[in-house]
Design a binder for this molecule. Structure first.
Ligand SMILES: *[C@@H]1O[C@H](CO)[C@@H](O)[C@H](O)[C@H]1NC(C)=O
Ligand SMILES: *[C@@H]1O[C@H](CO)[C@@H](O)[C@H](O)[C@H]1NC(C)=O
Ligand SMILES: *[C@@H]1O[C@H](CO)[C@@H](O)[C@H](O)[C@H]1NC(C)=O
Ligand SMILES: *[C@@H]1O[C@H](CO)[C@@H](O)[C@H](O)[C@H]1NC(C)=O
Length: 197
């Protein structure tokens, strides 16, 4: 009996020690690392986008995050899996700005030919990449109001849009409210170390 009580006491002690370490670690971390909150969506806006990309009955749309000067990748995607006339899903490229004037002129020309660029008014840097998500969602809400689903990809993927659509159609009646479907990385934490890229 006595032995059992000791074991319980030891268990409680270990649990308390662990909790104590855990909270100290959390507090210590917050002191060490700065937060980079993504707060106000009005901090970035769309400067260039065509409103004819989505039609009134459009149900799906594809947004591809891509670097403004990476024209070759955009063209590759347009000529392969991103060609809307093959699958009927509107495709846009989400880019930011850089400080090169020539690039901006080229972008205007490219946009007048393909009408598939969505340009955010922020400089493309690693830290600013998060804003591309905000721009994607803003574009989706503003320029594609009839659509229910937005697929977001990076520009280094090869996708089979028709398969994706049939997958979504097979599960869509399970959604009762807005949802984000993605891969889940369990027990990973945001890197808040300022020295980490
Ligand atoms: C973005 O647009 C919103 C709404 O029109 C406006 O309030 C905000 O100031 C704009 N942000 C920038 C950075 O221009
Ligand atoms: C785009 O610009 C970045 C930085 O300005 C540069 O490192 C990169 O090589 C450029 N990429 C292309 C495809 O021109
Ligand atoms: C997309 O496909 C259509 C029909 O096959 C073709 O006419 C068009 O040139 C393609 N677009 C690109 C950018 O390759
Ligand atoms: C992000 O973009 C803004 C607006 O263009 C720019 O002022 C800022 O320097 C960029 N932030 C970073 C961390 O590069």
């Amino acid at each position: 009996m006595n032995f059992r009580r000791k074991r319980i006491a030891l268990g409680v002690f270990l649990l308390l020690t662990w909790l104590c370490f855990w909270f100290s670690y959390k507090i210590f971390r917050n002191l060490l690392y700065e937060d980079y909150p993504l707060t106000d969506p009005d901090l970035v806006n769309i400067t260039i986008a065509k409103d004819s990309v989505c039609q009134s009955g459009t149900k799906f749309a594809i947004a591809i995050h891509n670097a403004i000067n990476n024209t070759a990748l955009r063209q590759g995607i347009r000529e392969t899996w991103g060609n809307s006339s093959h699958h009927g899903i509107p495709v846009v490229f989400i880019v930011g700005l850089n400080d090169n004037k020539d690039v901006h002129d080229l972008i205007s020309l490219e946009h007048s030919t393909h009408e598939d660029l969505v340009v955010g008014d922020f400089v493309e840097t690693y830290r600013n990449l998060t804003w591309k998500h905000v721009i994607s969602l803003k574009w989706f809400i503003t320029y594609c109001p009839s659509a229910n689903f937005l697929f977001k990809f990076d520009d280094d993927l090869f996708v089979q849009p028709k398969k994706l659509v049939s997958y979504i159609e097979s599960i869509e009646n399970k959604f009762e409210k807005p949802n984000i479907l993605c891969d889940t990385v369990l027990s990973a934490e945001t890197r808040r170390n300022k020295k980490s890229k």
